[in-house]
Design a protein around this ligand. Structure first.
Ligand code: FPP
Length: 240
């Protein structure tokens, strides 16, 4: 199958992680408040998700809000939360496209209405299988590993698990990404070359793709360039 504009034989990553960076700078360049950058970034999110499906990507995870993003000015946090509410209503369109929607992160600090919407979108899309869209909201990789450890420690306390039986597989099974495969390719626009606590466990063997394009300007053709670049890499997973 020829995948959109990709040449025959392109190896498409199964799971792509995206760090949506550069929204603030995009707005600043235009003399606009930062929240306008997030609004444009949300449009890009919608376009890129649809394009990812056309390319045959099975899982796409977006870093939408980190556990550290609460430190931003309150009006910016509020604007981002409002965008989530709005887009969760729109995400229902994805359901019609047979896309499963999941969320990772600590939901307990999010508003009740957002939590309710998240749960209902997940429930309504749970049997869809054309692609899985994962949104990381109030997500931090270290926080996620601590969460898994707490679950396992509870089992030890109740006598359901021996400490010696804790291995990497068990830790992995209790991450927020249960049943989501490891990340193959992490894309970070805007010129930064950091992982910033994004899926630090799942990206252990991921390939990285950086570009100077700011997230609101990121296009389907940029996603294709990242996939082509990935396709040419030689992944060894610690072997030779
Ligand atoms: C990083 O850019 C972006 C964020 C912290 C927020 C991302 C949120 C959205 C795109 C809003 C909506 C998302 C969905 C899924 C509906 P930055 O603000 O750090 O940019 P900068 O580095 O240029 O300041």
């Amino acid at each position: 199958m020829v995948k959109a504009n990709l040449p025959e034989g392109t190896r498409v990553p199964c799971h792509v992680g995206v760090i949506m960076d550069g929204n603030g700078r995009w707005a600043k360049k235009r003399g606009l408040p930062r929240k306008f950058g997030h609004r444009e970034g949300a449009k890009t999110f919608r376009e890129i998700t649809r394009h990812a499906k056309r390319l045959g990507i099975s899982y796409i995870t977006y870093y939408a809000f980190s556990t550290e993003n609460w430190k931003r000015p309150q009006d910016e946090v509020d604007a981002i939360m409002e965008l989530f509410e709005k887009y969760l209503d729109e995400v229902r369109d994805f359901i019609e496209e047979n896309i499963r929607v999941r969320f990772i992160g600590d939901r307990s600090k999010l508003s009740e209405s957002l939590q309710r919407k998240m749960a209902s979108v997940e429930e309504d899309s749970k049997n869809f299988d054309s692609m899985t869209l994962v949104l990381a909201i109030n997500y931090g990789g270290r926080d996620e590993i601590a969460h898994s450890c707490r679950v396992l420690a509870g089992k030890v306390r109740r006598g359901e698990l021996e400490p010696d039986d804790i291995d990497t597989e068990l830790i992995e099974r209790n991450l927020y990404t249960e049943e989501i495969p490891p990340v193959d390719l992490v894309i970070r626009p805007s010129g930064e070359q950091r992982l910033s606590n994004f899926m630090i466990w799942q990206a252990a063997y991921a390939e990285f793709y950086y570009t100077n394009i700011l997230w609101p300007d990121f296009k389907g053709s940029d996603l294709e360039a990242a996939v082509l670049d990935y396709s040419e890499r030689n992944r060894r997973f610690g072997g030779i």
